[in-house]
Design a protein around this ligand. Structure first.
Ligand code: 16G
Length: 245
């Protein structure tokens, strides 16, 4: 990383090429968390680009959380994100999980309202003909750190006023006597596309976990169908395993 010419990976505008070169250098271990980035002038000379290009690439990587800028002392590779350990054996909500850890939660709403359901929502939620779906789609954060994107779908008969959800969906379901008691959760690896990566403030193509949760009432009725993307650099999902008979 230190010294020598910077060979930019081809394709797209120069600042994006430089961004990619920096991200690849980090993932190949050529520069480590906590290390200082070469100066703007040095990078511009070595990559044969303008200082404006270097500044743009660096600023975006700071926004993405890949680099951190410390006033007066320069730009550094960000320390790895603190990991969150999430048990897979309890049916809890995001708000409850974070409260238990003493972490403050926040949401940015991506979509919240009643919609005509997709065929998938109709089947999974067992919607009647003409029945609408309530969608609660949000970016879930603790402080300024985005952790996950969650897209929850419920029957409109269960949640006729999605705007009533101010913070916790499960708290609201609890109050209306619809708190799920059982869920099936499926976790898959997913590489983050541009839109999701931008929202989660990680480089495009980073590892994510795609999680699908279908939750049930005691009666067996499906109450919630949620598709989420969790940050792979932040979450450990942990299950206790026991010797079977
Ligand atoms: C969890 C659930 C999600 C549920 C949400 C409710 C996963 C993967 N997802 O994040 O299905 O909708 O909790 O949280 O665990 P809330 O009560 O804080 O709105």
């Amino acid at each position: 990383f230190a010294g020598g010419p910077v060979i930019l990976p081809p394709g797209g505008p120069l600042y994006l090429q430089l961004k990619r070169w920096i991200v690849e250098s980090i993932s190949r271990g050529l520069i480590n968390p906590g290390d200082a980035l070469p100066s703007e002038r040095d990078l511009a000379l070595r990559a044969e680009v303008s200082r404006v290009t270097v500044r743009k690439a660096v600023q975006q990587l700071v926004q993405d959380g890949v680099l951190v800028q410390r006033h007066g002392s320069g730009t550094f590779v960000a320390p790895p994100a603190q990991r969150v350990e999430q048990s897979l054996s309890q049916l809890t909500s995001f708000t409850e999980d974070m409260a238990r850890r003493g972490m403050a939660v926040r949401a940015e709403w991506l979509e919240r309202g009643l919609y005509i359901p997709s065929p998938e929502e109709t089947v999974v939620l067992g919607l009647g003909s003409g029945e609408k779906v309530a969608r609660i789609n949000r970016l879930r954060l603790t402080g300024d750190t985005p952790l996950a994107i969650e897209r929850a779908s419920l029957a409109a008969t269960i949640l006729p006023d999605p705007l009533a959800i101010k913070d916790s969906l499960y708290k609201h379901l609890d109050k209306t006597g619809n708190r799920p008691v059982r869920a099936i959760q499926r976790i898959r690896a997913a590489n983050l596309g541009e839109e999701d990566a931008l929202r989660l403030q990680v480089p495009v193509g980073s590892a994510g976990l795609s999680i699908e949760r279908t939750s049930y009432l005691a009666s067996g009725r499906v109450i919630e169908y949620t598709r989420s993307i969790y940050r792979g650099d932040t979450y450990d999902f942990v299950a206790e395993l026991r010797l079977g008979d």
